[in-house]
Design a protein around this ligand. Sequence first.
Ligand SMILES: Nc1ncnc2c1ncn2[C@@H]1O[C@H](COP(=O)(O)OP(=O)(O)OP(=O)(O)O)[C@@H](O)[C@H]1O
Length: 263
Amino acid sequence: MAVTGRRVGETILSVENISLSFGGVNALTNISFSVKEHEILAIIGPNGAGKSSMLNVINGVYHPQQGKITYKGQTRAKMKAHEAAQQGIARTFQNIALFKGMTVLDNIMTGRCLKMKSNFLWQALYLGPARREEVEHRRKVEEIIDFLRIESIRKTPVGRLPYGLQKRVELARALAAEPELLLLDEPMAGMNVEEKEDMCRFILDLNDEFGTTVVLIEHDMGVVMDISDRIVVLDYGRKIGDGTPEEVRTNPEVIEAYLGNSH
Ligand SMILES: Nc1ncnc2c1ncn2[C@@H]1O[C@H](COP(=O)(O)OP(=O)(O)OP(=O)(O)O)[C@@H](O)[C@H]1O
């Protein structure tokens, strides 16, 4: 994995005038914002504000009825899911999506699928390129295991791990794809204070060491204010704030709609 160091660069992703509805429900209305290379951007907002829908639009799971998405200079009306993955967008989910019966190591290996080049026959015979490739994939995966400090559980079936560690394994699997843009849906949900601190550290470190751009959804305001370069605030599918943590903290509309109430 290349170590690039942290420097905010050009715009890597911009969404313009995105609208998405499900039947009569407007999940997103005319949303625009952009993310720069190596930034950490948080999307916040009350329950049902449209945060997960926004991530799903970015990685092509949902196709908006209106608007456009520009990723790495290419503009399209919608992202296709396989295209997003191939072009370096990886994702974790609000409800952990891992293979519970498989070991940590094997789960993380699944994150390398798109990087695998050798064909079925080579792999079945485990010859030549397939063997070299396998060694390289294992090396990358071990690097990630090391980075996230999960050596001691590498052979443990994921279903036996406590929730906080499962979240970390899910992050490991996303990192195995060597993403340029990492989408994290509530990476700290359900964690205790210590686990949250660890997760914050890992997010800051991966952003710093690998230069990965991060877009995350998080409800813990302390975490959001601490680790984000910028914050986009959604409420009822509309954008009501976009700025630095300080700008968002002092935005009256945000205080009224979000920070000031019990969400
Ligand atoms: N697949 C779907 N089918 C129908 N409605 C949907 C679908 N996905 C999202 N919605 C609706 O879109 C709106 C926004 O939902 P979304 O999950 O994006 O909000 P959220 O901000 O992520 O909420 P939370 O913080 O509770 O996860 C909600 O009214 C939700 O019910």
